[in-house]
Design a protein around this ligand. Structure first.
Ligand code: P6P
Length: 333
């Protein structure tokens, strides 16, 4: 049998952590369970004309919960049941969520989650995703959790990953020893290793940004966007613009093919639109683990930002290292 399931892989890799007693392995398993449930729900989304639009009352007169609420509740359920997590922070909740499972209070980990990022794309059948990051709690096991347990810089991450619900459902994660991708085989209900040891190309041909905002970009970034469009065969230009407006889908494509993703400050989002804790840190960790770069656009590593607010937003330039350098060269000029 040539397949390696997520569970088997996690156990195999546990030897990378000599002091591990299996808690992180069980936590990653719990995330996999939640991802499978959300994948089932997301793949039913197209049937809303029968099941009723999410957020409406269906033909049986039942309230159809919005998918991002279902996603949020599924992770709260899975991580509470699993007992390894003392608290969660969710893009859907203003405050941190202390978990009240039998073992939660002694849980060693906290999890930040964007349960369904890009959910506005569900109704048009565009890929969406879950983004998660795992930290060791700072407070003593058994004591009350505080926001300090969650507001940790990305350079203290234990693990991060995402699930992309697309033409297939994939789970991609890293515990700091490289990046591995698993594809869900619905016929056996298992995530199977399909993309071992993902390395993102040093350079690429794809740039991803919402050029509808370009009128508000800095002069330097406007110059970069002009430069990428100039024909220069020796330097492999023009590049291709690829932007689907669903971060996990844009990220996953660029991770595998090479590319740069840019969300700079705009008038509507003066600190950038993407959230530090729920989108930027977990994706920056994966990018660096795959050999790429992730900065605020000024050379400052996303993983070194000391978080101040749970839902704070930051600008981000991330992807192939040479492409990030080129964007920053223009932005500094
Ligand atoms: P814009 C989706 O709403 C999201 O949070 C990310 O998934 C995506 O990358 C970004 O916003 C798209 O933002 O302003 O380009 O529509």
């Amino acid at each position: 049998m040539s397949i390696t399931t997520l569970g088997q892989f996690i156990i195999e890799k546990q030897k990378d952590f000599p002091f591990a007693k299996g808690e992180l392995s069980r936590l990653l398993r719990d995330i996999g369970i939640a991802a499978k449930i959300i994948s089932r729900e997301v793949n039913k989304a197209g049937l809303t004309q029968i099941l009723g639009d999410h957020g409406s009352v269906n033909v049986q007169g039942e309230d159809v919960k919005k998918l991002d609420i279902i996603g949020n509740e599924t992770f709260i359920w899975a991580l509470t049941k699993g007992g390894e997590v003392c608290a969660m922070a969710s893009e859907e909740n203003d405050e941190i969520i202390p978990l009240d499972g039998v073992y939660s209070k002694s849980g060693k980990y906290v999890v930040c989650i964007d349960p369904l990022d890009g959910s506005s794309n569900i109704d048009v059948n565009v890929s969406i995703g879950t983004i998660f990051s795992i930290y060791r709690r700072i407070s003593e096991p058994g004591t009350d959790v505080t926001e300090k347990d969650v507001l940790q810089a990305g350079n203290r991450l234990v693990a991060s990953g995402y699930v992309v619900y697309g033409t297939s459902t994939m789970l991609v994660y890293s515990t700091g020893k490289g990046v591995n991708g698993f594809t869900l085989d619905p016929s056996i209900g298992e995530f199977c290793l399909s993309h071992p040891d993902i390395k993102t190309p040093k350079t690429g041909k794809i740039y991803s940004t919402n050029e509808g905002n370009a009128g508000e970009y800095s002069e330097g970034l406007k110059n970069y966007l002009a430069w990428v469009k100039e024909t220069n065969k020796e330097e492999g230009r023009p590049y291709s613009a690829r932007y689907i407006g669903s971060m996990v889908a844009d990220f996953h494509r660029n991770l595998l093919k090479g590319g740069v993703f840019i969300y700079p400050p705009t008038a509507k989002a003066p600190n950038g639109k993407l959230r530090l804790m729920f989108e930027c840190i977990p994706m920056a960790f994966l990018t660096e683990q795959a050999g790429g770069k992730a900065t605020l656009g000024n050379g400052f590593r996303v993983l070194d930002v000391e978080p101040e607010k749970l839902h704070q937003r930051v600008p981000i330039v991330m992807g192939s290292s040479e492409m990030v350098d080129k964007v920053e060269e223009f932005m500094k000029a």
